[in-house]
Design a protein around this ligand. Structure first.
Ligand SMILES: Nc1nc2c(c(=O)[nH]1)N[C@H]1C(S)=C(S)[C@@H](COP(=O)(O)OP(=O)(O)OC[C@H]3O[C@@H](n4cnc5c(=O)[nH]c(N)nc54)[C@H](O)[C@@H]3O)O[C@H]1N2
Ligand SMILES: Nc1nc2c(c(=O)[nH]1)N[C@H]1C(S)=C(S)[C@@H](COP(=O)(O)OP(=O)(O)OC[C@H]3O[C@@H](n4cnc5c(=O)[nH]c(N)nc54)[C@H](O)[C@@H]3O)O[C@H]1N2
Ligand code: SF4
Ligand SMILES: [Mo]
Length: 723
């Protein structure tokens, strides 16, 4: 028996905290925070520590399974599963072509390079009419599209310069619970507190006085009105001549156009909508401009309203006008420092902009954003007859029955598929509908380098890890699964044929790790393939820097000409799409009879839908509860602890309520990710039950944000009564 302690890192959420895995005779028995990690230095949250329970969960799927005619699953061998799936893929492709295939890739995929490569290789490789969905359209597509418009590339996403800013405005983010998003900053709570310690301020714009807001200054806002608030900030900056035109025009074009767009939105006009006093807006606008190191940062709450792309665009516009864009302590762009990166971003940006203009989804005619379609329309893409109808669906690392609007519609639609294949750790409310469920490795059973999050690090940092244990049972990585499947498929698209040739030449060495290794070697700190002695490689990171390594104390600024890929290197403010959204904003209405507004709420011991089966995290039997204002409850005869019915124009749910004064009146908050109704195979999660809040959301194309295809998940009109 040998007990080993292996440094690695957590990949549940975005700080990627350093962990030490205790491995006893090949089994992962414990996880503890890594004190030697340069940034997380001994911090990990309860989710990260409890993850050993997921790895060893008796409910975890550890061998391939096939659904029988009676609906029950039976174990089958890998060879049989892959051979049968391949035959059905070939058959469906022969009859319907690539348009019959869909892939939904959920959130945990972003934390695994092998997974990203696998999903994209399959679904993009099978042909250009295939349907690709990701959790991004519930999360980030609007942010990426705003960057595509402003800078020409969706990869140019600014983050607040957390370690140097003196005035940070957080909008729609609750980092004390979420640990930060689109912002990789371990110990983010400490980093935020540091701002105040050095004499600065943190202002939290949120309909709820969240855990984060309670620690700093709270500015309560009515849900889904951030665009009005931001337009008012711009209006004040222009009207009070706060803008340094010379500075801003050196960075951008279209300033006068933007002034016209914001003209009608004086704070006095928007106050009734946002609930924020005009004087507060004016003061904040002045402070943002006058504080040399200020930054506005918007996250999930600003993404999932009805105008997510506009809102993300306006946040950057405010930073630009405040003189904070690409400046120390402001809103900055982290780059990898790869020679020629601007050129490749230019090529990719041009191609994505072209497909945004030309490609339209079958349902609703939505543009293609980062090559993906709106997940809110997945059900209709399956059920609507006609060409390009989805008949085969792969779902990896996602639980869309609980995470997209109108899960009931999606659940029913899944029954119409000819083939459904799931790659997951569990039999979930989604994968339970699959014909085949394939067992995947957890993060501790695979090597990794967090490609997705490199440019969102508040302090530029690199860490790579080997697998700390061998795959549990028969689990395989997503790459190995797709690779083995492709080896059995006869469909010969150009991509698949090319891979077949490479497979013959390279054998096992055909692996995306080589691409990631090349990226590490070419980036800042890398060995540049021998040009820089002692520089980083994938292997050297693991061997020499097992706890990770800081590659620069701060994010480099003055990089606008590198990250803007438009000719001329200037930020483009003027866009018809943005004007269209502002026009739509003016024409906005809400149905009568639903006076309250629904928002979301994350919980410290939950991760979307998938950590409700860990005994440690479920200690004390947590129950999903709605949160509403004492006054709104009193007006409806509702008492604390009552069971309430929540109705929207699109659905209704019943759950217990907690009353509070720490929320803007007229707001109801409900956590998502619950509603384990026994369909799935996670026994503890099923006991916790709860309801699927997304039954209150609309999957009508008219309710999907038109530019980025974002699901509408916040500010939903609702009414509440005692059940
Ligand atoms: N513990 C835990 N951590 C997580 C997750 C989890 O489920 N649990 N999920 C992970 C994932 S997938 C993500 S994307 C990140 C998200 O991390 P964050 O971006 O920090 O998002 P949330 O924690 O959901 O906080 C969003 C905030 O927006 C507020 N809000 C809602 N509507 C509006 C609005 O219209 N305007 C404004 N200004 N605010 C609004 C809500 O009250 C809430 O406080 O968290 C990640 N981390
Ligand atoms: N109302 C409301 N809805 C929301 C949100 C909200 O704030 N409010 N937030 C949205 C956001 S930000 C997101 S990101 C989405 C998330 O939505 P999804 O990504 O669709 O769902 P998750 O609940 O994250 O489910 C992740 C699944 O991946 C599996 N899994 C975990 N690790 C791995 C792995 O390594 N490989 C594979 N193959 N599977 C793995 C888990 O078992 C689980 O089944 O939900 C969105 N939905
Ligand atoms: S904060 Fe996120 S990354 Fe850190 S330990 Fe917790 S779950 Fe893991
Ligand atoms: Mo997310």
């Amino acid at each position: 028996m040998t007990v080993e302690h292996r440094p690695t890192f957590c990949r549940i959420c975005e700080p990627l905290c350093g962990m030490v895995a205790t491995v006893d005779d090949g089994r992962l028995v414990a996880l503890r925070p890594d004190r030697e990690h340069p940034l997380s230095s001994g911090f990990a949250c309860p989710k990260g520590i409890a993850f050993a329970e997921v790895v060893n969960d008796p409910d975890r799927i550890t061998h391939p399974m096939r659904r029988r005619a009676d609906g029950c699953f039976e174990p089958i061998s890998w060879d049989q599963a892959l051979t049968e799936i391949a035959a059905r893929v070939d058959d469906i492709h022969r009859r319907h072509g690539s348009a019959a295939f869909g892939w939904y890739m959920g959130n945990p995929a972003a934390f695994s390079y092998a997974h990203l490569f696998a999903a994209l290789t399959f679904i993009k490789g099978i042909g250009r009419h295939s349907h690709y969905f990701t959790s991004s359209s519930q999360d980030t597509s609007n942010r990426l599209l705003a960057s595509q418009l402003l800078y020409g590339s969706p990869l140019s996403v600014p983050i607040p310069d957390l370690t140097r800013t003196d005035l940070l405005v957080l909008m729609g983010a609750n980092p004390f619970v979420s640990h930060g998003s689109f912002l990789t900053a371990p110990r983010i709570r400490d980093r935020l507190t540091d701002i105040v310690k050095r004499g600065g301020r943190v202002v939290v714009v949120d309909p709820r006085r969240t855990e984060t807001a309670a620690a700093f200054e709270w500015l309560g806002i009515t849900a889904d009105t951030d665009a009005y608030f931001l337009l008012s900030l711009l209006q004040v900056m222009f009207a009070e001549n706060l803008v340094d035109r010379h500075l801003v025009e050196a960075q951008s074009t279209g300033l006068d156009w933007l002034r016209e767009q914001a003209e009608d939105f004086a704070p006095e006009v928007t106050a009734g909508i946002t609930g924020i006093a005009p004087q507060t807006v004016r003061t904040l606008a002045r402070e943002l401009v006058r504080t040399p190191r200020s930054a506005v940062y918007g996250r999930l709450g600003t993404c999932v309203g009805r105008h997510g792309t506009l809102t993300a665009y306006l946040i950057d516009a405010v930073n630009l006008l405040a003189g904070s864009l690409d400046r120390p302590g402001g809103s900055v762009f982290s780059t990898l420092g790869i020679p020629g990166q601007r050129f490749s971003a230019m090529v990719m940006g041009a191609s994505l902009r072209r497909s945004f203009r030309r490609k339209r989804t079958r349902i609703g005619g939505f543009p293609s954003v980062i090559g993906a379609e709106p997940a809110a329309l997945l059900a209709k893409e399956i059920t609507t007859p006609g060409p390009r109808r989805i008949r085969a669906l792969f779902v990896s690392a996602g639980n869309p029955v609980l995470s997209v609007p109108n899960g009931a519609e999606l659940r029913a639609a899944l029954g119409e598929l000819e083939l459904m294949v799931g790659l997951d750790l569990y039999l979930t409310e989604t994968t339970a509908h699959c014909d085949y469920v394939l067992p995947v490795t957890t993060m501790y059973e695979r090597d990794d380098f967090a490609v997705t999050f490199q440019t969102f690090q508040a302090t530029p940092f690199r860490q790579a890890t080997d697998a700390v244990i061998a795959p549990v049972g028969q689990a395989r990585t997503e790459w190995d699964i797709v690779d083995a499947l492709l080896a059995r498929i006869w469909v010969r698209t150009p991509v698949f044929a090319g891979l077949a040739v490479l497979r013959k030449v390279l054998g096992d060495r055909l692996h995306p790790r080589a691409v990631v290794d090349a990226m590490i070697r070419m980036a800042d700190g890398g060995d540049r393939f021998g040009l820089r002695r002692g520089g980083l490689t994938f292997r050297r990171l693991i061997e020499r820097y097992p706890h990770g390594v800081v590659v620069a104390p701060h994010i480099r600024t003055g990089v606008l000409d590198e990250i803007v890929v438009y000719r001329g290197g200037k930020v483009r403010l003027r866009h018809d799409e943005i004007a269209g959204e502002i026009a739509r904003l003016r024409a906005r209405s809400t149905p009568p009879g639903f006076p309250l507004r629904l928002i979301g709420m994350r919980e410290p011991r939950s991760e979307n839908s998938w950590l409700h089966n860990s005994p440690l995290l479920m200690r004390g039997n947590p129950v999903q509860r709605a949160l509403m204002h004492t006054d709104d409850a009193a007006a409806r005869g509702i008492a604390d602890g009552d069971v309430i019915q929540v109705r929207s124009p699109y659905g209704q749910i019943v759950l217990p309520v907690r009353l509070t004064d720490d929320i803007v009146t007229g707001t109801v908050a409900i956590p998502h990710g619950w509603g384990h109704d026994g369909t799935g195979g996670w026994r503890l999660a099923n006991q916790a039950g709860g309801v699927n809040v997304n039954l209150l959301m609309s999957s009508d194309p008219a309710d999907v944000e038109p530019l980025a295809g974002m699901s509408w998940l916040t500010g939903i009109p609702v009414e509440v009564s005692r059940a």
